[in-house]
Design a protein around this ligand. Structure first.
Ligand code: ZN
Ligand code: ZN
Length: 151
C-alpha cells in the first residue's frame, strides 16, 4: 500500500503545534498560516513517529478515494468540511489497537452494542475496523524498515 513515510515532527517552541522538521533540525513553516513562530528556526528534538502521527501525515494525500489508508486518515482528521481539522493531540488513541477499541466504544455509545456490522448488528467488526488493521500493519512494516536502516 502506497503511504507517506514516517513523519519527522517537532514541537514548535512558539505555539506547541507539531510541525515537520527539516534535515538540519529546524522546523518547516506552519502549514496552516505559512508563518514561523518565534524560536522555530532553532533545532528541535524529534517526536516519536507514532501511529496517530503517521496516520495524520497521510490525511494530506490526494488519493483518498482509492487509497484506504488515506481515506481513513481523512475521515478521522478532517471530519465534515465545516469542522476544523483535528490534530494527533486531539485524539484519545495513539496506536492502531487503541483506535480500534475506540471505534467499538463509540459504537456502544451510539447503539448500546459493540457490534458495528451485520443486519441488526450481529457482527463485531466492519470495514472501518479492517481499514484500521490494514493501516496498523502498514505502519508496523514502516517501523520495521526504519529499525532495519538504523541497525
Ligand atoms: Zn508555532
Ligand atoms: Zn472492530
Amino acid at each position: 500500500m502506497n503511504t507517506n513515510a514516517l513523519p519527522r515532527l517537532g514541537h514548535c517552541p512558539g505555539c506547541n503545534d507539531e510541525i515537520r522538521v527539516r534535515v538540519d533540525g529546524t522546523l518547516y513553516q506552519h502549514p496552516r498560516y505559512n508563518v514561523r513562530c518565534p524560536g522555530s528556526r532553532r533545532p528541535v528534538g524529534l517526536l516519536e513517529p507514532t501511529f496517530v502521527r503517521w496516520l495524520h501525515a497521510n490525511a494530506t494525500r490526494r488519493d483518498g478515494y482509492t487509497n484506504r489508508v488515506t481515506g481513513l486518515a481523512q475521515m478521522l482528521f478532517r471530519g465534515c468540511t465545516r469542522s476544523p481539522n483535528r490534530a494527533p493531540a486531539d485524539m484519545s488513541w495513539t496506536t492502531a489497537e487503541e483506535l480500534h477499541a475506540e471505534l467499538h466504544r463509540q459504537q456502544v455509545r451510539l447503539t448500546g452494542s459493540e457490534n458495528r456490522s451485520g443486519y441488526g448488528g450481529t457482527e463485531r467488526c466492519d470495514w472501518v475496523c479492517r481499514d484500521v488493521e490494514q493501516a496498523g500493519r502498514t505502519y508496523a512494516e514502516l517501523l520495521a524498515a526504519a529499525a532495519g536502516r538504523a541497525a
